[in-house]
Design a protein around this ligand. Structure first.
Ligand SMILES: Cc1cc2nc3c(=O)[nH]c(=O)nc-3n(C[C@H](O)[C@H](O)[C@H](O)COP(=O)(O)OP(=O)(O)OC[C@H]3O[C@@H](n4cnc5c(N)ncnc54)[C@H](O)[C@@H]3O)c2cc1C
Length: 91
C-alpha cells in the first residue's frame, strides 16, 4: 500500500470519529513500516481459540497468542486465566 493510500485510508477511518475540519487540519508527518509487528492474521484465523489456560497443575497461561492477536484477545485470555485460577483456589 502506498503512503498516499495509507494516508487516505487512515483519514477515511478517522472520519467516522472526527469532524472533517479537524481531519483537514492534520498533516501526515511520517509513516513507519514495522516488519513483522503482528502475526499474519487471515480472516479464517480470526476466531477465538478455545484452549485451557491451565497448562499443567499450578501453571496458568494468558496472552494474545492464546486468542486473536489483539488487545481484546489479550484481555479475554487474561480474564479466562484469572477465572480459572479463582476456581482452582476457591473451594
Ligand atoms: C505495532 C503494534 C500495533 C498494534 N496495534 C493494535 C491495535 O490497534 N489494536 C489491538 O487490539 N491490538 C494491537 N496490537 C496488538 C496488541 O498490542 C497485543 O495483542 C497485546 O498487547 C498483547 O498483550 P499480551 O499481554 O498478550 O502481550 P504483551 O503486551 O506483548 O505483553 C507481554 C509482556 O511480557 C513481557 N515478557 C516477555 N518475556 C518475558 C520474560 N521472559 N520475563 C518477563 N516478562 C517477559 C514483555 O516485555 C511484555 O511486557 C498491536 C501490536 C503491535 C506490535
Amino acid at each position: 500500500m502506498s503512503g498516499k493510500d495509507i494516508d487516505e485510508k487512515v483519514r477515511e477511518e478517522l472520519g467516522e470519529w472526527y469532524d472533517s475540519k479537524i481531519l483537514d487540519s492534520w498533516k501526515l508527518l511520517k509513516i513507519y513500516r514495522i516488519r513483522e509487528a503482528l502475526p499474519c492474521q487471515n480472516k479464517s484465523d480470526l476466531r477465538q481459540v478455545s484452549r485451557s489456560p491451565e497448562e499443567r497443575e499450578g501453571l496458568f497461561l494468558a496472552g494474545d497468542y492464546l486468542e486473536i492477536a489483539s488487545l481484546s484477545g489479550a484481555l479475554r485470555s487474561g480474564r479466562l486465566a484469572a477465572n480459572t485460577v479463582v476456581k482452582r483456589l476457591v473451594p
